[in-house]
Design a protein around this ligand. Structure first.
Ligand code: AMP
Ligand code: GLY
Length: 426
């Protein structure tokens, strides 16, 4: 089969790497792709916001499956246009993608389906938000409703911080995404990411991961898109996973289906493991980045077959997903300046030496070729990823590979996986 993969980051490099291993894939296209993805796919230039152009490309190239990597085209309804043209697509329609596109939508769904999550209120004006604020105590969580590239969440420790965040959001600092603001109760616990694939009816768990969102060691400094991840996250034990499936994932999928907006794709649940069991922090409508990289390293199955089964509504026949028992860990190498303005154009070398290490794969995120030389071209630049029999072993292999890479204008955290390494050390 011929596949079109949309996206250009480390997540999509991992997906293309795994898709290309499938004997069922004849031709893999990626739009726009990146220099790492180009090892596995023909990179083409397609504007994902022009839905009919994507549909026309699929017809012209006999595409059997479209895999949408990032959230923006999902929230924008690209999957609707493809489904309307009878092209199987992995990723939810616009209505179901509201799980990521609108935090208020998700909170209302949780309320309708009795899904455990933080208490909340949706507000549409500064006056309304100020009036609601005292009901929450401190700290309080303040969220822009729409997509804000991971930056639309403020945890305010004081009343003046909370008020400043509200003023900021309602004055348009997040554009339309901040026209509505959700106030939430602050939940205490350890966070974990849980992934499940669904075609709207069947639901199959894919495993857990833990991300490191802060830029600096010890989970300090500003939030980022993620500086590293590992899988599995054993803090989500069997009991917690069953509770998450029964209390959160299943009711979400069934409620969306019963309301006529079935979800097709991967459900990425951000969970808080509280003293009362797992509670939903947020949903994403796509794989995590960099969580996808560690999941792809651990996936034993043929990814093309799996994603096609989801896209065609045949997941019930597919059955369970097999993941390796081994652990995987990825370290993000970012360009100096990230998560502010990253320095572009810095030289990168040594990837081959890094990949000579046992169990190592280096995924490209923000890279480009400049006269044939690999350079940095984004905030998160490389995802240095390794398998190991434990998180500690995967971590040691990943950092050995990091040290084989020369990227003088970049940096990385040195403690990815620290929670699990400490748990393993007991
Ligand atoms: P979100 O984009 O909704 O995942 O929020 C970003 C981060 O803010 C999460 O990963 C959590 O660390 C934190 N967060 C969001 N909502 C809450 C909450 N209700 N209680 C505690 N922390 C939260
Ligand atoms: N790593 C966090 C995310 O993909 O949203």
């Amino acid at each position: 089969m011929n596949i079109l993969l949309l996206g250009s980051g480390g997540r999509e490099h991992a997906l293309s790497w795994k898709l290309a291993q499938s004997p069922r894939v004849e031709k893999l296209y990626a739009a726009p792709g990146n220099p790492g993805i180009a090892d596995h796919a023909e990179c083409v230039s397609l504007d994902a916001t022009r839905h009919q152009e994507v549909v026309a490309f699929c017809a012209a190239r006999d595409i059997h499956l479209v895999v949408i990597g990032p959230e923006a085209p999902l929230v924008d309804g690209l999957a609707n246009a493809l489904r309307a043209a009878d092209i199987p697509v992995f990723g939810p329609d616009k209505a179901a993608a509201q799980l990521e596109g609108s935090k208020g939508f998700t909170k209302d769904l949780c309320a309708r389906a009795n899904i455990p999550t933080a208490a909340y209120v949706r507000t549409t004006s500064l006056a309304e938000a100020r009036a609601e604020l005292p009901k929450f105590g401190l700290p309080v969580v303040i969220k822009a409703d729409g997509l804000a590239a991971g930056k639309g969440v403020i945890i305010a420790e004081t009343e003046s911080q909370a008020d400043a965040a509200l003023v900021d959001m309602f004055s348009g600092s997040f554009g339309a995404a901040g026209a509505e603001v959700v106030l939430e109760e602050f939940m205490v616990g350890e966070e974990v990411s849980f992934f499940a694939l669904t075609d709207g009816t069947a639901i199959v768990p894919m495993g857990s991961a833990q991300d490191h969102k802060r830029v600096s060691d010890g989970d300090t400094g500003p939030n980022t898109g993620g500086m590293g991840a590992y899988s599995p996250a054993r803090v989500l034990d069997e009991v917690c996973e069953r509770q998450a499936m029964e209390r959160i994932i299943l009711p979400t999928v069934y409620t969306l289906a019963s309301e006529g907006t079935p979800y097709n794709g991967v459900l990425y649940a951000g969970l808080m493991l509280t003293s009362e069991g797992p509670k939903l922090v947020e949903y994403n409508a796509r794989f995590g980045d960099p969580e996808c990289q560690v999941l792809m390293m651990r996936l034993e199955d043929d990814l093309a077959e799996l994603l096609l089964a989801v896209a065609e509504g045949k997941l019930a026949d597919y059955g369970a997903i097999t993941m390796r028992d081994e652990c995987a860990l990825t370290v993000v190498m970012a360009a100096n300046g990230y998560p502010g303005t990253p320095e572009k154009g810095g030289a990168i070398s040594g990837i081959d030496a890094a990949e000579a290490g046992e169990g190592v794969k280096v995924f490209h995120a923000g890279t480009a070729l400049n006269d044939g030389a690999l350079v940095a071209n984004g905030g998160r630049v490389l995802n240095v990823t390794a398998l190991g029999s434990s998180i500690a072993e995967a971590q040691a292999r990943a950092y050995k590979a990091v040290d084989a890479i020369s990227f003088p204008t970049g940096f990385c955290r040195r403690d990815i996986g620290w929670r699990e390494v400490a748990r393993e050390a007991g």
